[in-house]
Design a protein around this ligand. Structure first.
Ligand SMILES: C=CC1=C(C)c2cc3[nH]c(cc4nc(cc5[nH]c(cc1n2)c(C)c5CCC(=O)O)C(CCC(=O)O)=C4C)c(C)c3C=C
Ligand SMILES: [Fe+2]
Length: 417
């Protein structure tokens, strides 16, 4: 997917030392002079592992949550939690704590910094201590069971459930595993350093102990050269038709909740998730023609059939009737996709690689934009020969957080209590 993050030019410490030595600027570097240059280089320049956009931060606070229209980072971890309590105050306490650690981690601060006690476990798990923030974003959402579970309004918030929040209905051909499906709360962290992302999700889990338990957790990866569309595990460019991350009016129409939603959803959206297993070995034995017919796009350029360039307007008539893109286009609806590839060892029964797409899309109205599209694809898509849907979830992501507020405050406080 397009990544528009500007990459500042920085030099590694070793390159800087080499340049100083070669510059020939008339500087005679004696033993002590070299020490001085080394010290300056230490201060000014970063190691190769830390350069480029890995040092960038994305604001946690704002009108919208980060991690939705943020240029897609290379790694993600998504965790779904079930609450273990019926006590609203306990949930408020959890979200306050999560807000505090999210605000700290996204600016590279240690959790509980400036305070340590030799006789207690450290507050921060520590593995991101020397790492950069790497565009870390935290995105959270609430499942329908947050508002009502087994017919019970556990936290007194059922009247605040957003309009389109419900379980994604059963689809033909799916083989959902409960272990990858649903959950009361979802947190997704994304970053350009995998360990930075893992540190973040781990600390959310650590701070939930006793109040919420993890139902499932999913890691993901996606690498693309800056400004280019990334490729999925079938080797095709995936994300071409997405609106640019800069297209504000497009986002208003496609992603952000409309004014008929509860006030806490203003600036928010719905996050649809499908864990889709991809049969890589079957795919790899298929001809190039078969592969391209599956999407209706060329594998190398990403151009739709009848076109030569990736971003040229698609003429649906030129695409095979059951191709993925033709079916998507026939719905005349847009969604904003932000999925990640995943791998997870081998399938113990078949010996095949366990891998696929952790599909994520954001949309204003899943009933209109997402569910009918999913249904049509589940019935007719040529892609189904090579894939199986094994996990599913829909979460409502509240609007962005202002400084001084905490996550989900608009749901858990106010006139109804
Ligand atoms: C219900 C929505 C969708 C699911 C599920 C889905 C799964 C899925 N997609 C790919 C690979 C590609 N998808 C592409 C385009 C595309 N896909 C959807 C929706 C779902 N995909 C849409 C709306 C579109 C855009 C269609 C358009 O308007 O042109 C493409 C083509 C390039 C692109 O635009 O991204 C690829 C490739 C996989 C592998 C997959 C499940 C494993
Ligand atoms: Fe797709």
């Amino acid at each position: 997917m397009p990544n528009t993050t500007a990459k500042p030019t920085k030099y590694s410490r070793r390159e800087m030392l080499k340049m100083s030595a070669l510059a020939g600027a008339g500087i005679a570097v004696g033993a002590s002079g070299l020490g001085t240059i080394t010290a300056i280089a230490d201060k000014l320049f970063v190691s190769p592992a830390e350069n480029d956009d890995k040092k960038q931060t994305v604001p946690f606070y704002g009108a919208h949550q980060a991690g939705i229209i943020t240029p897609q980072q290379s790694y993600s971890y998504t965790a779904s939690f079930n609450l273990l309590t019926d006590d609203r105050q306990q949930v408020i306490k959890l979200f306050k704590k999560w807000t505090e650690i999210a605000a700290a981690m996204t600016v590279g601060q240690e959790i509980g910094s400036g305070f340590s006690n030799d006789w207690l476990p450290p507050k921060d798990t520590g593995e991101a201590e020397d790492l950069s923030t790497a565009n870390l974003t935290i995105t959270y959402g609430l499942g329908s069971t947050f508002f009502r579970k087994d017919g019970k309004d556990r936290f007194g918030v059922a009247s605040r459930k957003p309009k389109y929040l419900r379980d994604i209905p059963k689809m033909p051909g799916e083989a959902l595993d409960e272990a990858y499906t649903g959950g009361d709360i979802c947190i997704q962290v994304c970053a350009d350093i995998q360990q930075t992302a893992f540190h973040a999700i781990r600390n959310f889990i650590k701070n939930a102990i006793g109040t919420a338990e993890v139902k499932w957790i999913q890691g993901g990866f996606l690498s693309a050269p800056t400004g280019k569309t990334g490729r999925n595990l079938f080797g095709f460019k995936d994300g071409t038709a997405n609106r640019s991350v800069k297209d504000k009016s497009g986002h208003q129409k496609i992603i952000w909740a409309d004014s008929s939603e509860p006030s806490w959803m203003i600036g928010g959206t719905y996050m649809a998730i499908r864990k889709i297993k991809m049969f890589l070995e079957v795919w790899d034995r298929s001809s190039l023609k078969d592969q391209e017919d599956t999407f209706g796009r060329k594998k190398d350029s990403g151009a739709a059939y009848g076109n030569v360039k990736e971003h040229q307007e698609v003429n649906a008539e030129k695409l095979p009737a059951n191709s993925h893109v033709r079916l998507a286009k026939s719905m005349k609806q847009e969604i904003f996709r932000r999925g990640y590839s995943y791998t997870d060892g081998i399938d113990q029964k078949t010996g095949s690689i366990n891998a696929g797409l952790f599909f994520i899309s954001f949309q204003q109205n899943p009933d209109k934009q997402f569910i009918p599209m999913l249904k049509l694809m589940s019935q007719k898509d040529k892609l189904n020969e090579y894939t199986k849907h094994i996990g599913s979830a829909l979460f409502a992501c509240p609007g962005g957080i202002k400084k001084g507020q905490y996550m989900a405050q608009g749901i858990l406080e106010g006139s109804i209590f």
